[in-house]
Design a protein around this ligand. Structure first.
Ligand SMILES: Cc1cc2nc3c(=O)[nH]c(=O)nc-3n(C[C@H](O)[C@H](O)[C@H](O)COP(=O)(O)OP(=O)(O)OC[C@H]3O[C@@H](n4cnc5c(N)ncnc54)[C@H](O)[C@@H]3O)c2cc1C
Length: 366
């Protein structure tokens, strides 16, 4: 049996371990230094802007399209297998339109999406007021409604992927850190092959390796001739609770405007986020409370009833952003025959997890 190790049990590594668990003849080990979904995935809001994204062709759109399709089968498949429910908001995503924006680009996108089999609707102010009476700002002139885009709980999804993988025979090792990748040079070539990984609990012999370690991917490749350069971009978010449900109780889509998401959770609770904070010249990155306050104020400016909400919790996470190449990184580590990289998903890891897992599966196993 071919032994594949996957380093990282965030949404990416968990999705890969699950997808590979469906391939016959593999022995799979999934390793994380913490518990699953402790990294960037643990902070994510799970807003899956596929149809609403401005990407219409090439690799970026292909990944989105593949994820949109795979999510449709993956969610019921995992729920049946694991007997765990995965919270998914199927009421779509509503992108607010502001007075200064032109509608022309949206009209073009709608035509393209229609040809791709997706539905996007332009709502005028009257429609928006009727469907979402809690949106109230004089600069908002309408919205784009995307009924096929989803929001999913990233932590619950990752846990279900890990459980599903484990039921399918994947050996899950959590609380173990991979310290080093040991390789030798293949005879008569300059290509290297990894044959074992050193961990805090001893060495593990492997045939194939997938590095899906988010920000941890940089130290793992540091000794290779072309190490990855993935840097953190911090994001803060908050959870609030209201006394009274705003808007229409039967229609609670994710609302997004000016890069701020308002994510309904049920029980009159919402996630609001997220900030986008880059490291300083020294590479340091410390969350700035005033930026989270600004995000909250923006959300209140769209939806004034949020003013009365009680803040239940705040948190931050660090998104893995590649330097010098586009996100995400899904390719071989140069000069290695058997190391695949699935990392650097920056702001779209939850969206792109199913497509990434399929790409890794296809890479090796067709
Ligand atoms: C506030 C916020 C909001 C976001 N909202 C969204 C959103 O709405 N939609 C969306 O699609 N994306 C969103 N994202 C982005 C998304 O969270 C990331 O793109 C995604 O989680 C990356 O997943 P990952 O599995 O690659 O990384 P991670 O979740 O960081 O997982 C990497 C794992 O590798 C492990 N690891 C690292 N090094 C080692 C080692 N040496 N040995 C063993 N284990 C190791 C870590 O412990 C970690 O568990 C958001 C991010 C933030 C911060």
């Amino acid at each position: 049996m071919i032994h594949v190790a996957v380093i990282g049990a965030g949404v990416i590594g968990a999705a890969i371990a699950y997808e590979l668990s469906l391939v016959k003849g593999l022995r799979i080990t999934l390793i994380d230094k913490q518990v699953p979904a402790s990294g960037s995935t643990g902070a994510a809001l799970g807003v899956l802007m596929g149809v609403l994204s401005r990407k219409t062709k090439g690799r970026s759109w292909k990944l989105r399209q593949t994820s949109l399709e795979r999510y449709e089968t993956l969610i019921p498949e995992l729920e049946i297998l694991t007997k765990q429910s995965i919270p998914v908001n199927r009421q779509g995503i509503l992108m607010l339109r502001f007075a200064e924006e032109s509608i022309g680009e949206w009209e073009k996108l709608i035509t393209i999406r229609q040809s791709q089999g997706y539905d996007l609707k332009i709502w005028d102010q009257e429609t928006l007021n009727r469907k979402c009476p809690h949106i109230d700002n004089h600069r908002i002139v309408g919205a784009i409604y995307s009924p096929q885009d989803l929001q999913i709980n990233p932590q619950k999804l990752t846990q279900a992927l890990v459980k599903g993988a484990s039921i399918n025979g994947v050996n899950c090792k959590f609380g173990i850190e991979v310290k080093n990748i040991i390789s030798n040079t293949l005879k008569d070539s300059n290509v290297r092959q990894c044959y074992k990984i050193q961990t805090t609990e001893g060495n593990i012999k492997i045939d194939e390796l997938v590095i899906a370690a988010g920000l941890g991917s940089t130290p793992l490749t540091i000794t290779s001739s072309q190490p990855l350069d993935i840097r953190p971009v911090l994001g803060q978010a908050l959870q609030i609770k209201l006394n009274k449900l705003p808007g229409n109780k039967d229609f609670q889509p994710v609302i997004t405007g000016n890069d701020v998401h308002i994510v309904p959770l049920g029980n009159r609770e919402y996630w609001i986020g997220a900030t986008v904070e880059f490291p300083d010249e020294m590479g340091e990155i410390i969350s700035r409370p005033e930026l989270l306050e600004k995000v909250k104020r923006k959300a209140i400016s769209f939806c004034p009833t949020l003013q009365d909400a009680k803040v239940i919790k705040t948190w931050f996470g660090k998104r893995p952003r590649p330097q010098g190449e586009p996100a995400p990184i899904i390719r071989k580590l140069p000069h290695y025959s058997n190391i695949l990289l699935a990392t650097g998903h920056y702001r779209n890891g939850v969206l792109l997890a199913p497509a990434t897992a399929l790409a890794i599966r296809e890479y090796w196993f067709g």
